[in-house]
Design a protein around this ligand. Structure first.
Ligand code: GLP
Length: 256
């Protein structure tokens, strides 16, 4: 099995395509008086997507009033207003610029007490179910092949859970935190089982640095060592790549 993938001339072009699919979903649901449930990701990768969604809101009247969002993950130990919290990231890069209702925004808490983490994770999964499940899940990919923070070894069936961050993941985050010693060691993430229940999944990846792991995830064995490889078993998942991120793919196998 391979996961379908689409190659675009730039991250912006790929992001326009994904944003237009999200806009169609939001508008169709709005016309039916229903919510659209989005699963959202952090990192540099989705930034052009969020910029395009903001543009659609400002210039083309796309309203987020019927959107319910669930983010993938959050660092343990960071207050919401910490500059590197995913709460801050999402508000700074998307939520503060569109008309989403604050009560429809969901992220795991980074400050939940240690003995309440498992209840908090179960409640997060339950809230997703209660909202009707995720219609469209946006993903990036870490250098370890992780989706969300599902580091190598996290099973395909995992529900939202506490995870220890891989050393590579912490190194990648170190510049933003001003040194690896400031990067949290744990996080709460939607598990792969939770992520794979989304009705549609779009994994975005840009740049040569992601080319090797993207190729492994799409064409390599389905393995806990590369959690993005689990998308091969999803009926409606696709990778959206720029040319550099697709540069190690064997083009003969492109099934789009
Ligand atoms: C973090 C996030 C992931 C993200 C990854 C890649 O680990 N938890 O959701 O996909 O970083 O980040 P970037 O998009 O900056 O390469």
């Amino acid at each position: 099995m391979t996961t379908p993938y689409f190659v675009f001339e730039s991250p912006e072009a790929a992001s326009r395509k994904v944003a237009s699919e999200i806009a169609t979903l939001i508008r169709e649901r709005s016309a039916q008086g229903r919510s659209a449930v989005l699963g959202l990701a952090t990192g540099n990768t989705p930034l052009p997507l969020y910029r395009e969604l903001i543009r659609l809101h400002r210039e083309e009247g796309l309203s987020f009033r019927n959107v319910i969002s669930f983010n993938l993950d959050e660092y343990i130990g960071l207050e919401r207003d910490h500059p590197e919290s995913y709460w801050s990231f999402m508000h700074h890069n998307l939520f503060n610029h569109v008309d989403i209702h604050p009560e429809n925004i969901h992220l795991p808490s980074g400050t939940v007490a240690a003995d309440e983490i498992s209840d908090h994770c179960a409640a997060y999964d339950a809230a997703i179910q209660q909202a009707g499940g995720v219609d469209c899940q946006i993903l990036g990919i870490g250098r370890t092949g992780h989706i969300g923070f599902n580091e190598p070894g996290t099973p395909a069936t995992a529900r939202t859970l506490l995870v220890h961050l891989d050393e590579i993941t912490r190194q990648d985050a170190a510049p933003a935190f001003g040194g690896i010693e400031n990067v949290p060691t744990t996080a709460i993430t939607m598990g792969c089982g939770t992520i794979l229940e989304a009705r549609k999944i779009a994994l975005l990846a840009w740049g040569a640095k992601k080319a090797g792991i993207v190729c492994e995830a799409i064409q390599g064995p389905v393995s806990e060592q590369v959690s993005a490889s689990f998308l091969q078993n999803h009926p409606n998942a696709a990778f959206f790549l720029d040319q550099e991120a697709a540069s190690e793919m064997n083009m003969d196998t492109n099934n789009n």
